[in-house]
Design a protein around this ligand. Structure first.
Ligand code: PLP
Length: 855
């Protein structure tokens, strides 16, 4: 085991750069401002945890031991506020928000928690005096990657905002034993490796074995008649699993509020094990226990595609049943058993359709267990639930087979049928003689194997449905949910996504955050509109120089990271052109590659006029079963091999793929970006949040008029970003109007050359047909995402980017203006909009004073 004395940088704090940014970071701290007493207390607590919790001396301690001790020291600091705010909410009897999400993409917590409680500088000072390097210790923390991408990261950002705004409430999810897989690249191909984030325990969480609910599956439903004409239903279940709570505290910024995420893990239920024991089947009973505990074993790694697996269905009901039971338990303890008050005390937000079974589950509990009548239960239920839609892609819409419900949740199926019967009666009354409408809106899809349409259930069972960017909400109203929009004209609303400025600027980009804090009110992390004070500085040459220096520091950090970990050495002076997100055909990383090859060809042919040196950076995971996405990763590596190895072009063009994209690598890549690639086919990206993170860090956007790009452009000004390509309406017209990709190729010799190179094996000489399917899908497969239709506009716009980059002062002015105008995309404002109109809850944090109209 390595001890901290073995660390070569022990006596050389400057070498802290090795582990990240911390070196440069703490060197700028004004130590004289720190309280000697605080530093000493911090050190004593750290030593105490090392000794009493880990039974290690400072001489023996490994970096990981120091991480654990530091995490516990930090946790101590936030526990007071956490328990205080829980008590305060309970005694105020305030309404609370329960954010149900199958995913929480949290990332690391050490740095964000230290910043939230205001102890970062004290911590750095204490560690420096002890000869320890914060950057290296921070790297010891495994990622809490309990999510795939944007949807899970949104949930984490929202809980951060709940905490900071002092809104009572918390997130509910699953305590996956294995979160998102680790992506390794072997021979240019993605290989998935399980990630063991809990191997050394999780110092942030509190296990609550006493907070435990049974979750049942299977069996049958019996009708019981009480002899006086009143019938009720009893679910005789066949299996039972226990859900145990694990609580992750989430501190609000500035140490005022706090929230938490309650994550359920599965435990075998003894009731059933014992029967097997009594029959003498010891091994059988242990195997059965293992099987039920597999419920919380692993996160499904599919983003935007629905796999329809039985375990996934069980997972959804598992976390929903535990969460609803917990919500009702707390309501009862607080407010008694007058269930009609439930909507005044609780708002439940369904993050996508994954938790939609919560609707029939609440109905079941109210009717079967509390004895309420249908109408009363339905009114309560609709008052409580609201649903967020995240995608219009048909392959992502959940539809569970009726047969699966029959087998695992028979009582819920009955309730869904009854919801549907009453709903369709109402539709027939509202719009007579339209059998096709009834068929379209039914909760049951009768085409080829009956299925429950979870999105329809969510819409019918919620009082409010929201999209996540204006264009997405408009498309919901005109497309996917057009019938529902006609039936319930006020139900569908927009709530454009947001990001937390704490993690995505204050923490991830310390050089820029420190610069901003020198020039604008230091409350900007809780009131992002304050960044508008930077606008006049966009014209200030001195400020522009400092802004550029901050960007350069981030680019150098990325360069040393990529050099050290990937062995790729790049020029921090080149334009960093960044596309980081899940690999998906609709996100069109392949279009980016077509541009890279075009640029490479121009360079080979000596056509360098107007061109600037670029480093094109990719990162992202493909779903393990998504062949096309995996082939795109392989193509990126193949192109990188050729381009980076060509002495004629290597000073002008480099391609880097950063493996294992996650929150931590996003925190290194995004602050270093000059150009943000947001190039989805218009009408396919619901909102995007990567686009917001990159713009907030001073990258200019090249993008389509899709998702939140449109609203970003409205804020920062179209003159400060690069739009190109078909609009959503043009995409629809193109697809229905005889689009001919082959003709597009023949009309564009540059494009034809690029496609022929890929198809002909230029990048895969040992295996000439390796990438042929990608090109064939474009030329012969209909090019569903219209890469070829947008190619010429994309390449031309990339030329405008080069020209803009050559005007360094103009580029910096646009970047500063972009940062200054991103206030609208703070998750705080998004969450306040949900709070005011959808949840009917109040924020209590003092920071509210600064938020003007939202106060
Ligand atoms: C923000 C984020 C995403 C979402 O990125 P999009 O560009 O909006 O798709 C995905 N993964 C991680 C790790 C993120 O931080």
């Amino acid at each position: 085991m390595q001890t901290y004395r073995d660390q070569p940088h022990r006596d050389h704090p400057v070498a802290a750069e090795e582990g990240g940014i911390s070196g440069a970071d703490w060197m700028t701290v004004d130590w004289s401002q720190l309280n000697r007493g605080d530093i000493d207390v911090f050190k004593r607590r750290l030593y105490a945890h090392l000794k009493h919790r880990l039974a290690r001396s400072a001489e023996e301690a490994s970096l990981h031991d120091w991480y654990t001790a530091l995490a516990h020291t930090t946790r101590d600091l936030l526990v007071e506020t956490w328990t205080d705010s829980q008590r305060a909410a309970a005694s105020a009897d305030a309404k609370r928000v329960c954010y149900l999400s199958l995913e929480f993409l949290i990332g690391r917590s050490l740095e964000s928690n230290l910043l939230a409680v205001g102890m970062m500088d004290i911590c750095h000072a204490a560690l420096a005096e002890m000869g320890l390097d914060f950057g290296a210790i921070r790297e010891q923390e495994p990622e809490a990657a309990l999510g795939n991408g944007g949807l899970g990261r949104l949930a984490a950002c929202f809980v951060d905002s709940l905490a900071t705004l002092g809104i009572p409430g918390e997130g509910y999810g699953i305590h996956y034993h294995h979160g998102m897989f680790r992506q390794r690249i072997e021979d240019g191909r993605q290989v998935e490796v399980p990630e063991n984030w809990l191997t050394y325990g999780n110092p942030w969480e509190f296990k609550r074995p006493d907070v435990c609910y049974p979750v049942r599956y299977g069996g049958r439903v019996e009708m019981v008649d009480d002899g006086e004409g009143h019938q009720s239903f009893v679910w005789i279940h066949a299996e039972e699993v226990l859900a145990i709570a694990n609580d992750l505290p989430v501190p609000g910024y500035g140490g005022f509020g706090a929230s938490s995420i309650r994550l359920w893990s599965a435990r075998a239920s003894q009731e059933f094990d014992l029967q097997d024991f009594n029959r003498g089947d010891y091994i059988g009973s242990v195997m059965a226990a293992m099987e039920s505990e597999s419920l919380s074993k692993v996160l499904y790694p599919d983003d935007s595609t629905e796999q329809g697996k039985v375990l996934r269905f069980r997972q959804e009901y598992f976390f929903v049943a535990a969460s609803v039971a917990d919500i009702l338990h707390q309501f009862r303890a607080q407010s008694g058993a007058d269930w009609s008050l439930l909507p005044e005390k609780v708002a439940i937000q369904l993050n996508d359709t994954h938790p939609t079974i919560a609707i029939p589950e609440l109905m079941r509990l109210l009717i079967d267990e509390q004895g309420l009548g249908w109408d009363e239960a339905w009114e309560i239920s609709r008052g409580v639930f609201a649903y967020t839609n995240h995608t219009l892609l048909p392959e992502a819409l959940e539809c569970w087979p009726v047969a699966l419900f029959e087998r695992l949740l028979p009582r819920h199926l009955q309730i869904i049928y009854e919801i549907n019967r009453r709903f369709l009666d109402q539709v027939r009354a509202q719009v007579p003689d339209d059998a096709d409408l009834v068929r379209r809106v039914s909760l049951i899809d009768e085409n080829g194997g009956r299925r429950v349409r979870m999105a329809h259930l969510a819409v019918v069972g919620s009082h409010c449905v929201n999209g996540v960017a204006r264009i997405h909400t408009d498309l919901m109203k005109s497309g996917l949910f057009a019938d529902f929009h006609r039936l319930y004209p006020d139900k569908i609303v927009n709530r454009t996504n947001g990001i937390t400025p704490r993690r995505w600027l204050n923490q991830a980009n310390r050089p820029l955050a420190r610069l901003i804090s020198r020039h604008v009110d230091e409350d900007w992390p809780v009131n992002l509109d304050l960044l508008r004070a930077l606008l006049p500085l966009a014209e200030d040459a001195g400020f522009a120089e400092e802004f550029r220096r901050a960007k350069t520091a981030n680019k150098e950090r990325f360069t040393s990271f990529s050099g050290r970990t990937l062995g790729v050495w790049i020029d921090p002076g080149s334009l960093f052109d960044v596309q980081v997100k899940r690999i998906h055909e609709y996100k069109r990383q392949l279009l980016n590659v077509l541009h890279v090859i075009t640029r490479y060809n121009r360079l080979r042919h000596g056509l360098t006029a107007g061109m600037v040196p670029r480093t094109v950076i990719f990162a992202g995971k493909a779903a393990p079963g998504y062949a096309a996405a995996k082939m795109i990763i392989r193509l990126i590596h193949a192109v990188a091999g050729v381009v980076n190895g060509d002495p004629r072009t290597r000073d002008w063009l480099r391609v880097v793929f950063v493996p294992n994209y996650n929150v931590s690598s996003a925190e290194v890549i995004i602050p270093a970006a000059d150009l943000s690639e947001q190039i989805s086919t218009a009408g396919t990206e619901a909102s995007g949040t990567g686009n917001m993170k990159l713009a907030l860090n001073g990258a200019l956007t090249i993008g389509t008029r899709d998702g939140a790009n449109i609203e970003i452009a409205e804020e920062v000004g179209e003159e400060n970003l690069f739009f190109f390509g078909l609009t959503a309406e043009e995409v629809a017209a193109c697809r229905s109007g005889g689009y001919d990709p082959m003709a597009v190729m023949h009309a564009n010799p540059e494009l034809a050359e690029v496609l022929n190179m890929i198809r002909g094996g230029y990048f895969s000489p040992g295996e000439p047909e390796a990438f042929r399917p990608l090109v064939d899908a474009l030329l012969y497969g209909g090019d569903h995402y219209l890469l070829l239709a947008d190619y010429a506009a994309y390449v031309a716009t990339q030329g405008l980017v080069d020209a803009a980059w050559q005007d360094a002062a103009g580029w910096t002015r646009s970047a500063i203006t972009t940062v200054a105008r991103m206030g609208k995309f703070s998750a705080d404002l998004t969450v306040l909009d949900y709070a005011r109109d959808i949840w009917g809850v109040k924020a209590t944090a003092p920071v509210m004073q600064d938020l003007g109209p939202y106060r």
